[in-house]
Design a protein around this ligand. Structure first.
Ligand SMILES: [Mg+2]
Length: 228
């Protein structure tokens, strides 16, 4: 990389450590198929009740359980990033992972790279638009075991959008390094641009032909190619 030694790595998940298809073709359909029955079985739990109240608040009226399920299914179909939907999906996924029906996808080069960087004393962080709960589930249940002990902390959109410079400034503050000591990994050019504008070093991970090249950023095909 550049002149400054890297002390921390901040990584995106979808398209970087893990396949985009895993989220869209496995996780979302898994929750979509189960949410109606799952609500029926779990609506009495306080944590579920709180989220159903939040759904009613967003919709602006009282909902029966069936109506709430209608709304949530529609939100999944529209890819709405509503907070109560994310929370309920997280609970359904947690059960799926615990039962071994779901396994968090990581590319084969991901665990080796994370272990190598962690062993070299780098602090590892995640920044993804999926909730921190969902991030921990993915890395906690991979075919290569539980990778969560390798990470120092996790950030989601509560810190701000992934294409906003301010988000990366807030993350730099939380990490406690100089921005140029942090390397940000992502497949998306606009995210890399925002991170660079906040002073971070950047590297684009181009996993397949669908990824749009991000001019001005270093590119690798796998995490194994990243030399610090
Ligand atoms: Mg991505």
């Amino acid at each position: 990389m550049g002149g400054q030694p890297i002390k921390a790595i901040l990584t995106d998940i979808e398209g970087t450590t893990s396949s985009i298809d895993f989220v869209h073709e496995t996780l979302f359909p898994y929750a979509r198929a189960r949410i109606r029955d799952w609500l029926r079985a779990n609506a009495h739990q306080d944590e579920v009740h709180i989220q159903l109240d939040a759904v009613e608040q967003l919709v602006g009226c009282d909902l029966s359980l069936a109506e709430a399920a209608d709304v949530l299914e529609q939100w999944i179909d529209e890819d709405r990033k509503a907070t109560p939907l994310k929370a309920l999906q997280g609970m359904i996924w947690a059960e799926g992972y615990a039962q071994g029906e779901l396994q968090g996808h990581v590319y084969p080069d991901t665990p080796a790279a994370l272990h190598r960087w962690h062993g070299d004393g780098l602090a590892l962080y995640v920044y993804s638009s999926g909730s921190v709960t969902a991030q921990k589930l993915i890395f906690g249940h991979t075919a290569h075991g539980d990778l969560t002990p390798l990470f120092t902390d996790y950030f989601d959109t509560r810190v701000g959008g992934k294409r906003e410079v301010a988000s990366y400034r807030a993350i730099v503050e939380a990490v406690g390094c100089a921005p140029e000591e942090i390397l940000f990994l992502s497949d998306v050019g606009a995210e890399l641009d925002a991170a660079r504008d906040a002073g971070l070093q950047t590297c684009q991970v181009v996993r397949d032909g669908k990824t749009q090249a991000a001019p001005g950023h270093r590119q690798v095909a796998t995490l194994a190619e990243i030399k610090l």
